[in-house]
Design a protein around this ligand. Structure first.
Ligand code: CA
Length: 381
């Protein structure tokens, strides 16, 4: 089998009254870059690149003009060989960021091709499924715009997740310690003590601020504190982790085995969060998982994007080992973005199945999805 072409769809939609904010900015739109890889045998693979802050056109140009010509003519089954080729040929100015997101999308599409050609779900090719369904937590609780009371709106949203069956949810923080505590307190009181509550500062704080917040969070039984400090500040992560009774999570802004090596070697976090669609795709993230398993640092991948990225993340999640293996092993949480997204579900013919707090992991070939190309046309940027 030979790769014959690589093409990326750049999708965009505005959010209108559903615009949302977090510690860094307010957004009024959603964008996605969905990559399709074709082969001479008619098997087509699909992948998605994670990026935030866009423009998605930059990722699409990297995929179509930069990476596409480097893989056309090659065997899509040669995923490790092609990954190293793509990384090495972009290494001088690549290494992190959009270039690795672009490589991730291509790599995911190649694994989709392998699975579809063999009639096997990707998780089988990754070594098998540790689990058949994913315990999902709701990512949402962003800062709503144009509401009379932010706290009241957050509480209503949080109660909605509880009623939908979620056993965990994640709140954005990073607005200042007093505001953060007021949100955490209101939500904890509203949802009760038997639901896992996580918070995410999106690297809004320095280490001393984060330590002060971590001490407050412990009073509300917060499960983990995500991205307390900027991703470059490994020493800061270590200081916060040493001083915090709440678990420290991070890694969505880190890339490849080379980047994660430092986080793992320094034991900078309690929970590593590589994003499949950013950190290097299946080929690279499985290597990161292997490195993390040697240090017994749990990997709970960051997940964002459309049904393409979600379907790929579910395949990876199935193949996540336990950290460590034991008779009654801890089951990882799966990040399920519930914030407003006009085309998240429509891009694929197949829909995810959510019931009683769990997402089913599809056992169809590849990623278990097919693109609804006619639907995509409505959102082309
Ligand atoms: Ca995050």
């Amino acid at each position: 089998m030979k790769i014959t072409g690589v093409k990326t769809y750049v999708l965009q939609a505005t959010l209108g009254e559903h615009g949302f904010g977090w510690s860094q900015r307010v957004t009024d739109r959603r964008q996605s870059a969905i990559c399709v890889v074709d082969t001479d045998e008619g098997v087509q693979g699909v992948g998605e690149a994670f990026y935030f802050g866009g423009p998605a056109e930059a990722v699409a140009a990297l995929i179509d003009d930069g990476l596409g010509p480097l893989v056309v003519g090659h065997d899509p089954f040669d995923t490790s060989v092609l990954w190293d080729r793509l990384y090495n040929l972009t290494r001088d100015q690549g290494q992190k960021g959009l270039t690795i997101s672009a490589i991730s999308a291509v790599d995911i599409a190649l694994w989709d091709i392998k699975g579809k050609a063999l009639g096997l779900p990707v998780y089988k090719l990754l070594g098998g499924a540790y689990r058949a369904r994913a315990r999902a937590y709701a990512t949402g609780l962003y800062e709503p715009q144009g509401v009379p009371s932010i706290v009241a709106a957050l509480v209503e949203e949080a109660v909605g997740y509880r009623e939908a069956g979620f056993t965990g949810m994640k709140l954005k923080v990073g607005y200042g310690l007093e505001t953060d505590e007021s949100y955490v307190r209101a939500i904890r009181e509203a949802i009760g003590d038997d639901i896992a509550l996580m918070v995410d500062a999106n690297h809004a704080y320095n280490a001393s601020e984060a330590i002060r917040l971590a001490r407050v969070l412990a009073d509300y039984d917060v499960y983990w504190f995500e991205e307390p400090v900027i991703p470059e500040d490994i020493d800061g992560y270590m200081e916060v982790r040493a001083a915090s009774d709440v678990l420290i999570a991070g890694g969505e802004c880190e890339y490849t085995r080379y980047g994660f090596r430092q986080l793992i070697d320094c034991r900078a976090v309690d929970i590593l969060q590589p994003d499949l669609c950013a950190a290097g795709g299946f080929t690279e993230v499985m290597k990161i998982i292997a490195m993390a398993s040697a240090a017994s640092i749990p990997v709970l991948p960051h997940v964002w994007g459309t049904n393409v990225g979600l379907a790929a993340a579910l395949q990876l999640y199935a193949a996540l080992p336990h950290f460590p293996e034991r008779r009654f092993a801890a089951e990882p949480f799966f990040e399920y973005d519930r914030s407003h997204h006009p085309f998240r579900d429509g891009v694929t013919h197949e829909q995810l199945s959510f019931d009683s707090g769990y997402l089913e992991i599809p056992d169809r070939p590849g990623l278990g999805i097919s693109l609804d190309v006619a639907y995509l046309q409505k959102f082309l940027a």
